[in-house]
Design a protein around this ligand. Structure first.
Ligand SMILES: [Fe+2]
Ligand SMILES: [Fe+2]
Length: 274
């Protein structure tokens, strides 16, 4: 499998318009670039968890190459906006403060099917995130990059979902177990990785790391991009990965609750920042 696009040749970099750059959005892009650029470490982890499945291991390597390209594209955009941002240097900084144990033989999700449910959650998050970001971005190059990335992330979801169904035949998981992994992974979006990436990407010289502060700073900006239709799609994708029908009444209720809680969270974060 080769990448569906190339960040150097398929993006019209000449269209870059500095007058349309939103500095708040740029902060989030700087952080996202670091997380994406570290995709190779997740492939190491997946290849360790799925060590007896060389076919899936190759899938994971190809997938990671696409994630790394997301980092390169977002990083190049951030470097274009601000020459003091250097993707390689910021990435080194990020890795020195945050790392993933890639040598684990067993999935942190309890089983390999569980691991694939968690991967589906991550791709649900990223596909909706870049879709929302593409709609929000006024700067034409960033818009184009986010549209390409969002398409990749949706393909990644489908890819892991296909492998999930394959593994579920060997390792059945109850609805409750799938929901537990799914919601657990969603809750982790407030963990160290994104907060530390936001810190490494945006900190002032000599500024110390505080997880709470940088987690809030990141979430306040990132969650604000979402509109109701993005959240409805997120809930549909979560339902599908858990084996629930997205056409049910529960789906409608869950979408409403999710949209309401997101708004409440954004308001809380804005209040804390004011
Ligand atoms: Fe990505
Ligand atoms: Fe992805």
């Amino acid at each position: 499998m080769t990448a569906h696009w190339n960040y150097l040749t398929d993006i019209n970099w000449a269209a870059f318009d500095p007058t349309k750059v939103d500095p708040e959005l740029a902060k989030v892009v700087r952080a996202a670039a670091l997380v994406e650029y570290g995709g190779g470490h997740y492939a190491d982890y997946l290849c360790s968890v799925f060590s007896d499945d060389p076919e899936f291991c190759q899938v994971a390597r190809d997938w990671a190459a696409e994630e790394i390209q997301h980092g390169q594209a977002l990083g190049k955009w951030a470097e274009t906006v601000d020459a003091s941002y250097d993707l390689e240097a910021r990435y080194k900084d990020f890795r020195s403060g945050y790392s993933l144990d890639t040598a684990q033989q067993n999935s942190v999700r309890g089983s390999r099917a569980g691991e694939l449910v968690a991967r589906c959650m991550v791709e649900t998050g990223t596909s909706s995130y870049y879709t929302a970001m593409a709609e929000q971005a006024a700067e034409p190059v960033l818009k184009q990059i986010c549209q390409h990335i969002a398409a990749d992330e949706l393909r990644h979801y489908k890819l892991f979902y296909t492998h999930l169904n394959h593994y579920l035949q060997r390792e059945p998981m109850s609805l409750l177990a799938r929901l537990r992994v799914a919601l657990g992974r969603i809750a982790e979006s407030e963990d160290d990785e994104l907060a530390y990436a936001y810190y490494a990407a945006n900190r002032a010289e000599g500024q110390a790391y505080d997880r709470e502060t940088f987690s809030r700073a990141y979430m306040r900006r990132a969650f604000g991009f979402y509109r109701q239709h993005h959240i409805e799609r997120v809930v549909g994708m979560v339902f599908k990965a858990c084996g629930l029908s997205p056409q049910s009444l529960i789906y409608k209720g869950a979408s409403r609750v999710a949209w309401w809680s997101l708004n409440r969270k954004v308001k809380q974060l804005e209040k804390l920042a004011a």
